[in-house]
Design a protein around this ligand. Sequence first.
Ligand code: NCD
Ligand code: ZN
Ligand code: ZN
Length: 455
Amino acid sequence: MNDILIKNTKVFYKNQLQSGEVLIDEGKIKKIAKNLKGEDADRHIDAHGGLTIPAGIDVHVHFREPGMTHKEDWYSGSCAAAAGGIGTVVEHPNTLPPVIDRKSFREKLKLANRKSIIDFGINGGVGKNIEKLESLWGLGITAFGEIFMAESTADLGLDSDLLKEALETIQQLGALACIHAEDENIKCDNEILLKKDFTPLSHSRIRSNQCEAMAVKKALELSGLTSVNTHFCHISTLEAFGQLKREKYILEKEKASRHLSFEVAPHHLFLSDRDWDRLGTFGKMNPPLRNRQSVKALVNGINDSTVDVVASDHAPHRMSEKEGDIKSAPSGVPGVETLMPLMMVGVKRNLFPLKRLIEVTSSNPARIFGLDNHGKGVFAEGYDADLIVMDPRNVKSINSDMLHSKAGWTPYEGMEGIFPEYTISRGEIIWDGDIVGRRGRGNFLPGAGSVKDDD
Ligand SMILES: NC(=O)N[C@@H](CC(=O)O)C(=O)O
Ligand SMILES: [Zn+2]
Ligand SMILES: [Zn+2]
C-alpha cells in the first residue's frame, strides 16, 4: 500500500496550475495526475480544493546553536520552519563557536542531527581560517558564508585582501561564496556622522543604500577577478539590484561559466522604512529597512526573474535583547516561519505569480545550492515528497503566539499570512496544525565537496 494520497487539490505542474492528485510512497512523489483512480494509500489528505506545492527551501537561517540557545536551537528553529512550510534549511556559521574548522563543524552537525525535524545543510564560515576552507568543503558544507564584508551579528568580518584570498580558495574548490555585502568604511563613517542620532531610522541611514551598493561593486570586481561562483545574500536596495541585474545580463551575453545569483529577504519585500515607527528597535536588521522605491524594485525583480531566491535570514533575538536603544540592540529579525505565508499572500494580492513563488522558494535555491542532488526542489515523480498543502482562502492574522521560534515576537504582527495545513517531509507529515515530526528525524544533506570522514 502507498503511504499518502493527496486528493481534491491544485498543483502547479507542467507549467500550469491544474486540478490533480498526488501519490506519495517511500518518501518520494510516486505519481502526479488529474485522477489517480485505482490507486490507494494508508492515509488520504483532502485538500478541499487548496494547493499542494513544494515545501520551501530556506537557504539563509541562523538557528543559533551551539552557543546562543536562549535565542533559538535546532529543535525550535526547525519546528518554526516546518510550521511555516519550510522543508529544508541551510544554516549559517555565526554561532558560538562559529563553524570555521573540523571541530566546530562536527559539533554543529551532531546537535543538528540530534534535534532537527527537517533536512538541512550547514554553511562554512570564512574569516582568518583560509587554510581550513578545504577541510570544511571536504566535510560536506553546503557553501561558504555568509561572508561578512562589514561587521554584522558576528565576529567574522574580513578586509578586502583577505576576501580576495578567500574567494580564490573557494574558486579552486569549485564551491559557492555567499556574500553579505555592506561596506565597512562607509558604515563606520556614517556611524561617526550620526553618533548622536538615536532615532531607529538612523540605522537605515548608517547602513545606507550606498553602503550596500559600494560593497556589491567591490564584491563583483573581486568575483570577476577570481572567477568564483557567487551568491549575494539579502540584497535590499534599488542600486545594488540594478548593478546585479546589469552584471547578470553581461555574464549571460558573454556566456560566462561563472555563476552569479542573489537572494532577497521577506523583510525587504513586505516591510519598509515606514515601519520604523511601529517597530522601533525590533525593526533593526542588516542590511536595514529601505524606502518604497527599493521595495518596489525587489518586487519587480521577482516578477522579471532577476531575483533568484527569497530566503528569510531568520535571525532571532529575544525580546529583552531587542529592547533598549537603536545603537545597542542586536540586528536581526525572526522570519523562517512567516516566509512562505507572506509569499502566499503576495501571490493572492497579485504581487507576483505562483510560478515565481515556487521558483524563488524551492527550485532555484535547490539548484543553486546543489540540493537537487538530494532530491529537493523538483515537483516531479521520483523526487523527495517535500510538500505543503495550504488553502489560499484561509488567510490568518500573524500573531507571535502561534509561532514557534524562541524569539517570541515577529515584525509581522497583525499582517496577513497563509499558513500550511500540512507540511510533508520525505513523505512524512511533520506539521498538521501541530508539530508531529520527530526530533532528530531531519537528515544532513552533504555538499558537493563531501568526502568520507573516517575519524
Ligand atoms: N541579518 C542580521 O541583522 N543579523 C544576522 C546576521 C546577518 O545576516 O548579517 C544575525 O545572525 O543576527
Ligand atoms: Zn547577513
Ligand atoms: Zn544572515
